[in-house]
Design a protein around this ligand. Structure first.
Ligand code: GAR
Length: 187
C-alpha cells in the first residue's frame, strides 16, 4: 500500500476528489491530511471520512523537522499539495525527492510565484486577455511553482469569461486530472 499525505489550506475540493478517487483503492491510500489553518474546511472533510489530520504551525514547520516524524509515523510515501500556500522548506523537499507534487491553477511558467494563487491567478489571466488557461502539476522544489512539470491541461478563455468563469473551468480540470495523474505516478 502506498500512503499519500495531502497538504491543503482551504476548501479542499481537490483533496475531496483525491480522497474519493482512492476510496477502496487496492494499493493507494490517503493516510493523512495536513493543514496550516485550524478553520480550513478540508479538515472537516477529513474528519467526516475518518482520515487522520494534522494541524501545523509556521514556527514548527520552518524551524524544526518534527513534521518528518509525523510523516514517518503515518508511513507516508508521497505528498500532494492541493491548495497549500506555504513555501516548502528544504528538509521536506529533500525527504521526498520527486515524491511531492503541487497543483497550480495556470499554465506555468506563466502566472506562478509568490502571491500567485487562487483568484489572483485568474484575475491576471483575465487582465492579460489570454486565450487559454489551464492547470499544471509539477514536482516541488524550494521555489514557488518552479519544480519540473509533470502534466498540463488547457481550457479556452473566452472574451466573455470573467475571472470567476475561468476559475470554474480550471477547477473542473483540476478535479478530473489531479487524482488520475497521482494514480499514474504512484502506480
Ligand atoms: C486550487 O485551484 C489550486 O490549484 C490552488 O488553490 C486551489 C485550492 O482549491 N493552488 C494554488 O493557487 C497554489 N499556488 P481547493 O481547496 O478547493 O482544492
Amino acid at each position: 500500500m502506498k500512503n499519500i499525505a495531502i497538504f491543503a489550506s482551504g476548501t479542499g475540493s481537490n483533496a475531496t476528489k483525491i480522497v474519493d478517487h482512492f476510496n477502496q483503492h487496492p494499493s493507494i491510500n490517503v493516510a493523512l491530511i495536513i493543514s496550516n489553518k485550524k478553520t480550513a474546511k478540508v479538515l472537516d472533510m477529513a474528519k467526516s471520512k475518518a482520515i487522520p489530520t494534522l494541524l501545523i504551525n509556521r514556527t514548527s514547520f520552518y524551524q524544526t523537522e518534527n513534521l518528518l516524524t509525523d510523516l514517518t509515523n503515518h508511513q507516508i510515501d508521497f505528498i500532494a499539495l492541493a491548495g497549500f500556500l506555504w513555501l516548502i522548506p528544504p528538509y521536506l523537499v529533500k525527504a521526498f525527492p520527486n515524491k511531492m507534487v503541487n497543483i497550480h491553477p495556470a499554465l506555468l511558467p506563466k502566472y506562478g510565484g509568490k502571491g500567485m494563487y487562487g483568484q489572483h491567478v485568474h484575475q491576471a489571466v483575465r487582465e492579460n486577455n489570454e486565450l487559454e488557461s489551464g492547470i499544471t502539476l509539477h514536482y516541488v522544489n524550494e521555489q514557488y511553482d518552479e519544480g519540473s512539470i509533470i502534466f498540463q491541461a488547457t481550457c479556452p478563455v473566452l472574451i466573455t469569461d470573467s475571472a470567476k468563469d475561468i476559475a470554474q473551468n480550471v477547477l473542473a480540470l483540476e478535479h478530473y486530472y489531479f487524482p488520475r495523474i497521482l494514480e499514474g505516478l504512484l502506480g
